[in-house]
Write a protein that binds this ligand. Structure first.
Ligand code: SAM
Length: 255
């Protein structure tokens, strides 16, 4: 975590507003947070507003961004609008989902949950891991606001490699590490700008990929920039999309 970011998320709940008690209790048990009735002088913090948690960071404010929340119902509506396009696409193929209704995918880097929902829309069961307490809090809040889960989705707090040690039921692992900061002009999408404020700059995706390859699963798929070199040798097959490449490794071939 960068030095200015507290390990424990801070929720600013203005006087007269109330965090739902059951949600606060559930969250506190998994991912502890602090609550304050006064607006903090510096970010990051959450604001409880319009019946949801909204993430504020100083950097995002300077960039002119509005506070961040996730909206799973909107993700699903968007995926329904695109139906038929992506379920035969490179990610579904790389994960090996096609024609296997009980395929279980472990999303090792849940982030905004968008890729989890995309994978769920292919017909897979998804288990998602998020290790960052701030991002996990946003995910839990979005899950609370979703009336019905449109596919089997389990959200876990913690480091993927550790969580996977307790699982024998995973078919494919999906790994989407942060891309290195680009020198190019286009700004990354809003979530990624927030993630850059909250995540350490010095992570080593090779190490994580090596650990994931040692977990119990048939395949590991890593998302890469289209023209970047593979992170490790022995890619079984590279599936190219329009904006990203999915390198697929067969776990038993790399052990
Ligand atoms: C690039 S983002 C993933 C974006 C995601 N695929 C999406 O659809 O928004 C990487 C996320 O994975 C999390 N992460 C990175 N390494 C992790 C690990 N080993 N275990 C669990 N979460 C991890 C980070 O905290 C961050 O939220």
């Amino acid at each position: 975590m960068p030095a200015h970011v507290h390990r424990q998320p801070l929720i600013y709940c203005p006087p007269g507003e109330h965090l739902p008690a059951a949600f606060a209790q559930d969250l506190q048990a998994v991912c502890p947070f602090d609550l304050t009735p006064e607006r903090p002088l510096l970010g990051p913090y959450f604001i409880w507003r319009e019946e949801k948690l909204q993430l504020y960071t100083d950097h995002a404010k300077r960039q002119g961004l509005t506070e961040l929340s996730f909206d799973f119902a909107e993700y699903w509506r968007e995926l329904q609008r695109q139906r038929g396009r992506s379920s035969h696409g490179p990610l579904a193929q790389a994960l090996g989902i096609k024609g296997k209704p009980s395929w279980r995918v472990f999303d090792a880097t849940c982030g905004s949950g968008k890729d989890s929902f995309l994978i769920g829309s292919f017909g897979a069961k998804v288990v998602a891991a998020e290790e960052n307490p701030w991002i996990f809090t946003l995910l839990r809040d979005a899950l609370r606001r979703l009336p019905v889960l449109p596919f089997p989705w389990e959200l876990c707090f913690g480091r993927a490699e550790m969580l996977l040690k307790a699982r024998q039921d995973i078919d494919s692992i999906y790994f989407d590490p942060m891309y290195p900061s680009a020198k190019k002009k286009a700004l990354p999408r809003k979530e990624m700008q927030y993630f850059r404020d909250l995540l350490p700059a010095d992570h080593c995706p090779q190490t994580t990929l090596t650990e994931l390859l040692n977990c119990q699963a048939q395949r590991v798929v890593i998302k890469r920039p289209l023209n970047a070199p593979p992170l490790l040798p022995n890619v079984k097959h590279a599936y190219k999309g329009k904006t990203a490449r999915y390198d697929m490794y067969m776990s038993h071939e790399t052990r």
